[in-house]
Design a protein around this ligand. Structure first.
Ligand code: SF4
Length: 292
């Protein structure tokens, strides 16, 4: 019996482009677990695969789109979110999600994230935060922890990293969560919830990059590195997102932090076009003259 007859089929094979395997990710990299959780969430979501579309940017995580056997778009650096926004507006029936890294989504593409969350575009954004630009040799990113060494900060990073859950919540995301790539079950559950949640959902995955980041900071083998992350993290569901900053001397806070409702961009858009103009200030409000 050969592979075509089914003997060697893996449970995730129906969603993988086998002709693209082997993938490019290094042994022990956290992206593999994050991607695998994503596939399981897609399988569990109970939605026709033809209704899903994945968009990625550039970087190690950005390769994700090319491996999934659904409508897949590998876009230019930092532009996954505007591409996904266009796709969602043109084809509202699609369930569009973005899978990319923190360098792509928050450094080069940072502004796009802010405004898509503010507009509450109906997207799910899954960001693998490996704390550096792994693919291009381990340069400092907007999420490298203070003091950590990278190829461009050989004496330690002098900058404070972005707090991604706090940024997402402040910009208006309706669903915000953060997990380690090790927390496969919780992560899968979270991605599943985010995929079906109307509005802008965000899931951060802290994933070890043992090759570029771990080696430079002497964090040991891939196994030792994820063990270290696990020992230095704590689950605090529903905590205020401002309390989730990653800093020295504090455990990394994991959990689901935001799960709220507000009208999506596609729900508010027709309101403007049918009413034929602005509703601000509200037409019903009688205002006094500024001069008294
Ligand atoms: Fe993963 Fe780092 Fe290798 Fe990129 S360079 S695949 S982030 S281990």
């Amino acid at each position: 019996m050969n592979q075509k007859e089914g003997l060697y089929r893996h449970p995730k094979d129906d969603l993988l482009r086998e002709d693209r395997i082997p993938h490019i990710w290094c042994a022990g990299c956290g992206i593999g677990s994050a991607f695998s959780a994503c596939i399981t969430a897609l399988q569990k979501a109970g939605i026709d695969y033809d209704r899903f579309a994945i968009v990625s940017g550039i970087g190690c995580s950005g390769r994700g789109a090319g491996y999934l056997k659904i409508d897949s778009f590998h876009t230019t650096h930092g532009r996954a979110i505007p591409f996904a926004t266009g796709l969602k507006l043109a084809k509202p029936e699609l369930n569009v999600f973005v899978f990319s890294g923190e360098g792509d989504l928050f450094a080069i593409g940072g502004n796009h994230f802010i405004h898509a969350a503010r507009r509450n575009v109906d997207l799910t954004v899954i960001c693998v935060n490996n704390m550096n630009y792994g693919m291009t040799g381990g340069q400092v990113s907007a999420n490298t922890p203070f003091g950590a060494k990278t190829t461009t900060t050989p004496y330690g990073n002098p900058e404070i990293p972005l707090n991604l859950p706090s940024l997402a919540a402040a910009c208006g995301a309706v669903y915000v969560a953060r997990w380690l790539s090790l927390d496969v079950r919780r992560l899968t559950q979270s991605i599943q919830e985010a995929l079906v949640k109307p509005g802008f959902s965000f899931v951060e995955v802290i994933g070890p990059c043992p090759v570029a980041f771990g080696r430079r900071n002497r964090l040991g083998s891939p196994l030792e590195m994820i063990k270290l992350y696990n020992e230095n993290s704590v689950i605090r569901n529903n905590v205020h997102p401002d309390e989730t900053i990653i800093e020295e001397g504090k455990k990394m806070v994991l959990g689901k932090f935001v799960d709220i409702q507000r009208p999506t961009f596609l729900e508010t858009l027709p309101k403007i076009s049918t009413e034929g103009g602005t509703t601000w200030p509200d037409k019903g409000i009688v205002t006094e003259s500024r001069d008294g």
